[in-house]
Ligand binder design. Structure first.
Ligand code: EPU
Length: 420
């Protein structure tokens, strides 16, 4: 096992480049299943969730080769349509192979993902969309067994906006016979880049960046190349690292996908200068104002930044309410942050964060990806030496975050530990 050892309280300075988006890459990879041959995705982060997808691909006969951050995916010899439990249990995004396998091969057997670290995360919307497209779906032995002769265009309205279900429905509909209309589709940047990729393969999709997607099914798709977007959550996490440590840092990040977070940072008193290619943050000498946040679908404040905002507010003046409207129970970081001296109470789906003067080092334990990011942030701000255990969670989605933090001057090390 590995842990982070962080000597907190240091100011950060300098510039780092943001990696490619984990969540976008996890949607782009299964899209390659829709054609036959080698497709290329550039700017893929080297994180464990991507390696889990690579292993799942290997199990179905797909060869994926990493060359630096470029992933070449060869779908010319797909030998199986089964996504086994051993991979799906590690990563829910594995369910993304359902739509493409069904659309291209007419069959898919995908393990049900089960619960996630912070609570239930259903996949009913994915299954309903596949049924609407004409698939027969049965659940057997913990697996989704889906079959069709050919999917047929239909109307799909999502009651709840879902990134994964929109991606799955899109990947299925592009090869269905006839037209599909998806309403209340997700508009997250991960879906927008997926649409770009599908269109570059020859798919016919109208309505990009809107909640209403019109798809005209085609008979086949060709191989293609796409450049992945940058990781908006890694960018936001590093900005908060700068804000929490009262620092002046710059991130190389060129999209507008983080505007909701930047606007909240500005409300807290942090100075942000946004150029075309980079964002400079200056929080020197700042005790932040308390700023309430409610997570929402894009372009609202992302749930994947909720834990990081919570730790930031723990050093603010007064009291802030941080509400998660996407995942009501995503607060496993709160008891751990309180071990660092924060004063946070959970009320329903909100964290009530009362600002304290300082955080103090402790040994804390990661429970999930974004929770572990918040603990690293807490460790950077706390006085003394904080050990963050179970960092395999953070390795799922951040590409060696300690290296980026070290480049900014943080005192953080990865160490082997027998502690579990
Ligand atoms: N939902 C349902 N039924 C479904 C699917 C979703 O009720 O069949 C609900 C969820 O319970 C949730 C809401 O819909 O309340 C939105 O969930 P969504 O489907 O959008 O989430 P996801 O696609 O499973 C992706 C990211 C998550 C991120 C969410 C929300 C990937 C691989 N994962 O998950 O990222 O939190 O969107 O933005 O793209 C992370 O990176 O730490 C992470 C968890």
């Amino acid at each position: 096992m590995e842990k982070y050892v962080i000597n907190g309280g240091k100011r950060l300075k300098g510039k780092v480049k943001i990696s490619g988006s984990k969540n976008a890459a996890l949607a782009l990879m299964p899209a390659c299943l829709l054609n036959n041959g080698i497709s290329t995705i550039e700017n893929v982060p080297e994180v464990n969730d991507i390696y889990t997808m690579v292993k799942l691909f290997r199990a179905i006969g797909i060869n994926s080769e990493f060359d630096k951050h470029t992933l070449n995916i060869d779908t010319s010899k797909v030998t199986s349509h089964v996504a086994p439990y051993e991979h799906v249990k590690k990563m829910r995004a594995s369910v993304y192979v359902l739509g493409p396998l069904l659309a291209k091969y007419g069959k898919a057997k995908v393990s049900m993902p089960g619960g996630c670290a912070w609570g239930p995360r259903p996949i009913n919307l994915h299954l309903e969309a596949m049924k609407k497209l004409g698939a027969d779906i049965e659940l057997e032995g913990g697996y989704i067994i889906a079959k069709t002769r050919r999917l047929k265009g239909t109307k799909i309205n999502f009651d709840v906006s879902s990134v994964g279900a929109t991606g799955n429905a899109l990947m299925a509909a592009v090869l269905a016979k006839g037209n599909t209309l998806i309403t209340n589709a997700a508009v997250e940047p991960e879906i927008t880049v997926l649409i770009d990729f599908l269109i570059s393969m020859g798919a016919k999709i109208k309505g990009k960046e809107t909640t209403r997607l019109e798809i005209e099914g085609v008979d086949e798709l060709k191989t293609s190349t796409i450049r992945n977007v940058q990781d908006r959550i890694e960018a936001g996490t590093l900005l908060i690292a700068g804000a929490l440590t009262k620092s002046n840092i710059t991130i190389e990040y060129y999209s507008n996908h983080l505007d909701s977070v930047i606007s909240k940072l500005k409300d807290s008193g942090v100075k942000i200068t946004k150029g075309d290619e980079e964002i400079e943050l200056n929080a020197r000498g700042l005790t932040p104002e308390s700023v309430d946040v409610e997570t929402a679908v894009y372009p609202g404040f992302p749930t994947d930044m909720q834990a990081q905002w919570t730790v930031f507010m723990s050093l603010a003046k007064g009291s802030a309410r941080v509400t998660d409207n996407i995942y009501f129970d995503r607060f496993k970081h709160v008891p751990e942050l309180n071990r660092l001296g924060a004063n946070i109470e959970i009320k329903n789906n909100s964290a009530i964060v009362k600002g304290v003067r300082k955080l103090k080092a402790a040994t804390v334990m990661s429970t999930d990806l974004r929770a572990s990011a918040s603990l690293v942030l807490g460790g950077l701000a706390a006085e003394g030496t904080t050990d963050v255990l179970r960092i395999y969670h953070i390795d799922r989605g951040y590409q060696r975050i300690e290296e980026k933090l070290q480049m900014l001057g943080a005192d953080i090390k990865r160490e082997e530990t027998p502690e579990y």
